[in-house]
Design a protein around this ligand. Structure first.
Ligand SMILES: *[C@@H]1O[C@H](CO)[C@@H](O)[C@H](O)[C@H]1NC(C)=O
Ligand SMILES: *[C@@H]1O[C@H](CO)[C@@H](O)[C@H](O)[C@H]1NC(C)=O
Ligand SMILES: *[C@@H]1O[C@H](CO)[C@@H](O)[C@H](O)[C@H]1NC(C)=O
Ligand SMILES: *[C@@H]1O[C@H](CO)[C@@H](O)[C@H](O)[C@H]1NC(C)=O
Ligand SMILES: *[C@@H]1O[C@H](CO)[C@@H](O)[C@H](O)[C@H]1NC(C)=O
Length: 203
């Protein structure tokens, strides 16, 4: 155990040294049980600024999105249930995320086991939101996404923190793509299917 810890710390050193001090606020914030239980529940995707073209094109298609996080503190995973509105239609997806506590990162593995994305988590507990930072050291691929507890009433402080973070990574506010909650097609659909389930169970 001790050896493993030393190895983990050693393997972190080059990363820490390479880190630009400006990124220190966003990366390397350890994830605790408290963080995980705070993350539990419903979230709305608010917007993102992305340099990676594949991510950016995917984000441009999302008109609105909300999702549920169900963390498991025993095996360090998060069940992700996503409701995305794309092309005026609701798309539902379930997947699992991995949590790297010491690194403060969340990862998603593809079907082939390759890392689909690795994101640094930064929470703004007071403002009811969090951000994910992708490849902050890589100018061509870096990105930031913002998530909040409430829509459409996002706290101005949360937006401000996000805009500050976007600028601190050398990106422009004008690069932020915001979702439009008026376009959401999933809420109603989810409600209906839950009602139907209840009716079925009742009959
Ligand atoms: C880092 O966080 C501190 C305190 O929250 C804040 O004052 C400062 O502006 C942040 N720096 C950057 C680059 O975001
Ligand atoms: C986190 O919670 C789990 C389950 O309650 C517990 O087994 C584990 O020891 C906790 N970890 C820390 C670092 O407190
Ligand atoms: C959490 O993960 C552990 C270990 O994989 C598993 O035994 C347990 O059933 C999971 N808990 C939930 C609520 O899924
Ligand atoms: C939803 O899941 C399917 C199957 O896993 C996948 O092919 C598709 O790309 C996913 N869609 C989104 C929007 O993530
Ligand atoms: C933390 O980051 C380092 C450097 O990228 C990596 O080698 C290590 O595997 C990561 N640790 C975990 C638990 O993912």
């Amino acid at each position: 155990m001790a050896l493993r810890r030393v190895l983990v710390i050693l393997s972190l050193l080059p990363l820490l040294e390479a880190q630009n001090p400006e990124h220190a606020n966003i990366t390397g914030i350890p994830i605790t049980n408290d963080t995980l239980s705070w993350l539990s529940g419903k979230w709305f995707y608010i917007g993102s600024a992305l340099h990676n073209l594949v991510f950016k094109q995917a984000a441009q298609k999302i008109q609105a999105e909300y999702f549920y996080f169900t963390p498991n503190v025993t095996d360090d995973t998060i069940l992700l249930q996503e409701y995305q509105t794309m092309e005026d239609r609701c798309v539902y997806n379930v997947s699992k995320l991995g949590v790297q506590r010491e690194n403060g990162t969340i990862s998603k593995l593809g079907e082939d086991g390759a890392v689909e994305f690795l994101a640094h988590l930064k929470v703004f507990k007071r403002h009811g939101g969090f951000l994910l930072a992708f490849a902050p050291q890589d100018e061509k691929n870096r990105g930031l996404s913002l998530y909040g507890r409430r829509l459409p009433d996002v706290s101005p402080e949360l937006l401000e923190e996000f805009q500050k973070a976007v600028k601190s990574l050398g990106m422009k506010e004008s690069e932020i793509i915001y979702t439009d909650w008026k376009k959401d097609m999933c809420s109603q659909q989810q409600e209906q299917s839950e009602q139907e389930k209840k009716t079925e169970e009742g009959s």
